[in-house]
Design a protein around this ligand. Sequence first.
Ligand SMILES: Cc1cc2nc3c(=O)[nH]c(=O)nc-3n(C[C@H](O)[C@H](O)[C@H](O)COP(=O)(O)O)c2cc1C
Length: 482
Amino acid sequence: MVTDLSTSKLPKLIQGGMGIAISGWKLARAVASRGQMGVVSGTAIDRVVACRLQEGDQDGTIRQAAAAFPDGALATRVLERWFKPEGLERPGAYKPVPLFSVSPPKPLLELATFASFCEVWLAKRNVRGPVGINLLEKIQAPTLPILYGALLAGVDTVLMGAGIPREIPGLIDQLCAHEPCALKLNVENGDDVEIPFDPSLVEGALPVLKRPQFLAIVSSHVLAISLSRSGGVDGFIVEGPIAGGHNAAPRGWKVESGDTPRYGPKDEINLERIKSLGLPFWLAGGQDAPHSIAEAEALGAQGVQVGTAFAFCSESGMEPSLRHRAIAYALAEDLQTKTEGRGSPTGYPFKTLNLSGTEGGRAPEDRERQSCNHGYLRSAYRKADGSIGWRCAAEPEADYLRKGGKLADCVGRRCLCNGLLATAGFPHAMKGGGIEYPLVTSGIMRDLHRFLKGKSDYDASDVLDELGIEAEFPTREAAFVH
Ligand SMILES: Cc1cc2nc3c(=O)[nH]c(=O)nc-3n(C[C@H](O)[C@H](O)[C@H](O)COP(=O)(O)O)c2cc1C
């Protein structure tokens, strides 16, 4: 079933989903309170909420959201497992969260469902604008419980990129009907398998769920055309190669051809072809100027999606001292964004910021590899005995080779899970001592003076003002969570 978008007011601006926890509920809520679309990141939200709870849920917001979760007993179990009123014993000493697999343990499914519910519920609380959740197609194992939690909280839009999300619209329909369903898991050297999910995990009086819009994030008109033929897609985010986070690889580019992907005329997206599909679309990548929305509209787009400008504003989930340092270096023009061809274990080009004291400021080899402790970017492979195993090209080479991986795949890989969690203020302890360095992904941090206007910091409203978004205010009750 496709949502009829002709009757609903579409936003001109979508605040891009930014993982891990950079676009958390605070940022999404700030944008939605101005009537535009705020998007929370669903990536590793289970881990993020487990960390926040272990740090004592200092602002009490997770416990507020827990009280609204439809299954009180499940919410209580999650809090009993993860909430530590006294906080962490020492920096980085988080209790490990189990890794996702084909049949994840029930407590992990409960945590993931609960966590995405909380994130969306908090973002949506008393605001007028729509709230979406962003997920990466490439990360498959946690997708269904995270989607279901978001649906239970009434998420308005699901946005998905980093892959070809053909199956997702049908799965959203099944989850909206609280039906058991299964997601196909790609297995690197064998036949794909299914990861089942049964929504009856959540008991009690369940709400009737409305079907959210589904927006696919694409970097080519060919993919947009193909997805529109598969059905269930309500629109597109059309993302160019300068956007922060992961990018699509240039056409014909192979990772062996060099670390820095170069984009050329073959990578240009034919917007006329996308327009001819008759679905709304938003342009992403360097679209944060006062004229960006008007220019996008002139090209037939509904508006724009913006990430980087929001990633460094005060409501961002980026650890504050890191964020302030990045702003200061950017103002001093001493900061560069690099597109790393080999950095991400996903195999997609990934943008990193060369900020000192972060992974992007040093070579990938400078971090001692550790056995994978979050597992979000692991790939499934078929073992000799026929069972499914998991490997990540950023884990210790010996482990990866033992699992049948190739040494060449390990070169230049960074541990994104740990680096990005550290960027969000959740650095985990390393085995040999010390804590993980942050890894900052970003698009081009252009002329921050536009948002700062002489101040030392800026917030989401400054970005919205710069983009010419009219002021809309949250209801009075909305002040309760600040
Ligand atoms: C810090 C950061 C993290 C991002 N993470 C994701 C992500 O998890 N999923 C995704 O689809 N896009 C991600 N993006 C891309 C944004 O959603 C958005 O499309 C992009 O930032 C727009 O380009 P801009 O950065 O030039 O504004 C990320 C961008 C940034 C800056």
